[in-house]
Design a protein around this ligand. Structure first.
Ligand SMILES: *Cc1c(COP(=O)(O)O)cnc(C)c1O
Length: 515
């Protein structure tokens, strides 16, 4: 049978009615179903949102697990209503709500509405940002946001960047480019030939308060955790620059090669900002790659009053910015930047079917040439709609507001005799512990603070984080919600005291309680 015959015969293997998936596809024939589905989901989320009275239900894994046991994923639910009711029971009822003012745990932000609208658009159209021929305008939207951020950082005319899945991926890219640029200058291509023997001598320097993705990256890059040297911090948890100088001297004396220094602009635990100009000067003097991890502090770029806290970031060889932290964007939305666009070539692979060399020579902008991902979400659209709807200044003002709140919270609470702060706040975290004089010793306080965190989580009235400082158990508030008030912080402090006192009473009189 020829093509002509098939076309002429109007014979089809399926009648129009029974094409698989026909009713479920995103296309112009299903607009009514599309609207209805979105409308129902919108109602579900809005009803939930209206009903949220605390950030968490307090559910335990063993309480929620049985609900999943009966679900047979090979068999769909009876109808749309059943699907959504099930979703509410399995997920929405017990989700942790970051928009609630008493969610003050990790670096999760409440999200702005334009970004959620963008999620609908980008998921529906489903552009993939690896190549121009899959995204066209999307490529320019992302590139313009990259160039805009580079302008705010001040990285210079040769800088470039790309959106990533998060700070972890951005930090990996930074150390990958640092490693491969170092070897390329010495005539060796790691991309082609792998690590040379001398790579064993490479060292990555960061501070004791840096993010663990530095160690993870070192492992993934074949350098190992042992290649990472954590430089001590000063009392405000900033990298101690004289300790950095001493560490560099020790490295050189021992025949080790400092490859890169990772400075943090907003440490995850303390919000502390390493002294960027001083670190940059040392890196320049020794020809060492400077990466600035501004995953958390990045929105200071837009701050009306605190932009100068990032002075020196323009001297970096590479920078990490997480829009899904301080720019109030939904996960994922993040980017990586490098001062020299040509360094991205260390991770470029030209595939005949996707991004052939000829396309690059013709000037086709294929973002995959700069990414370690291939198929990649159009996360840039979220930031785009945010900036076009709200403006950059309002994002900066929102971040400024939570930094103010942290300082007010510190002033409110640091006089409390039963509380101890690890440090004064810098960005928007408060690190403190329950420590009344009546406690027996530090071991008991460690146990009490671990108990407090769990008890508050179980109550669901608030969610706070925990961390260790100097070997001791602390509690942490990360403030990213401009609607959190001093009253909220006072209420969370009251919970800390209540559960702390409860713990001490229990451990002091265990027999009385069990009787
Ligand atoms: C959150 C964070 C990261 C990791 O970013 P993800 O987006 O979670 O991958 C890296 N560095 C710092 C300083 C961070 O706070």
């Amino acid at each position: 049978m020829s093509i002509k015959q098939i076309v002429g015969s109007e014979r089809q293997t399926h009648s129009a009615a029974d094409v698989p998936g026909k009713r479920h596809l995103f296309n112009q024939h299903n607009l009514a179903a599309f609207r209805q589905g979105i409308e129902q989901s919108l109602q579900l989320v809005s009803h939930r949102l209206a009903a949220v009275s605390q950030p968490f239900s307090g559910v335990l894994p063993q309480e929620l697990a049985p609900a999943f046991a009966g679900i047979d994923l090979d068999t769909p639910a009876a109808d749309q209503a059943a699907v959504l009711a099930e979703l509410a029971a399995l997920y929405l009822d017990d989700a942790v709500y970051f928009h609630h003012p008493r969610y003050v745990a990790h670096l999760n932000c409440p999200v702005v509405l334009p970004a959620i609208m963008a999620e609908l658009v980008l998921a529906s159209v489903n552009s993939s940002l690896d190549t121009w021929d899959q995204s066209a305008g999307g490529t320019f939207i992302e590139q313009k946001l990259i160039d805009w951020t580079i302008g705010h950082i001040g990285l210079g005319p040769d800088a470039d960047g790309v959106f990533t899945s998060g700070g972890t991926q951005s930090n990996l890219m930074a150390l990958l480019l640092a490693r491969d640029t170092y070897h390329a200058r010495r005539g060796h291509s790691v991309k082609l030939s792998g690590l040379p023997a001398e790579a064993r001598r490479l060292r990555i320097l960061c501070s004791t308060a840096s993010h663990f993705s530095v160690q993870k990256s070192a492992a993934l890059l074949g350098l190992g955790y042992d290649s990472v040297i954590c430089v001590p911090c000063d009392e405000r948890q900033r990298m101690d620059v004289s300790a950095l100088a001493a560490t560099l001297a020790q490295c050189h004396a021992a025949g080790e090669v400092p490859l890169a220094v990772v400075a943090t602009a907003g440490t995850t635990d303390f919000g502390s900002i390493d002294p960027l100009p001083e670190i940059a000067a040392q890196c320049r003097a020794h020809g060492i790659w400077l990466h600035v991890d501004a995953a958390y502090g990045g929105a200071l770029l837009l701050s009306p009053t605190r932009r100068h806290w990032l002075d020196g970031i323009e001297l970096a060889d590479s920078v990490t910015v997480d829009y899904h932290k301080s720019f109030f964007q939904p996960v994922s939305c993040s980017a990586f930047f490098a001062r020299e666009r040509r360094d991205f070539a260390h991770l470029t692979w030209h595939a005949d079917y996707l991004n052939p060399l000829s396309a690059a020579q013709e000037g086709t902008p294929n973002l995959v040439n700069k990414s370690i991902q291939t198929t990649r979400r159009f996360d840039a659209l979220k930031l785009w709609l945010t900036l076009r709807s709200m403006g950059a200044a309002e994002i900066g003002a929102m971040f400024d507001h939570v930094i103010d709140l942290a300082q007010q919270g510190y002033r409110l609470l640091h006089g409390e005799a039963w509380l101890q702060f690890a440090a004064a706040p810098q960005l928007s975290t408060l690190v403190l512990r329950y420590a009344p004089d009546s406690a027996q010793d530090d071991a008991q306080l460690d146990a009490a603070n671990a108990y407090i965190r769990k008890a508050i989580f179980r109550s669901g009235e608030a969610v706070i984080a925990g961390t260790r400082v100097g070997g001791r158990q602390y509690l942490k508030f990360t403030l990213l919600n401009p609607e959190t008030t001093l009253d909220d912080l006072a209420a969370v402090a009251t919970l800390i005291r209540r559960y702390g006192d409860e713990y001490l009473a229990t451990t002091r009189a265990p027999l009385a309680l069990s009787a």
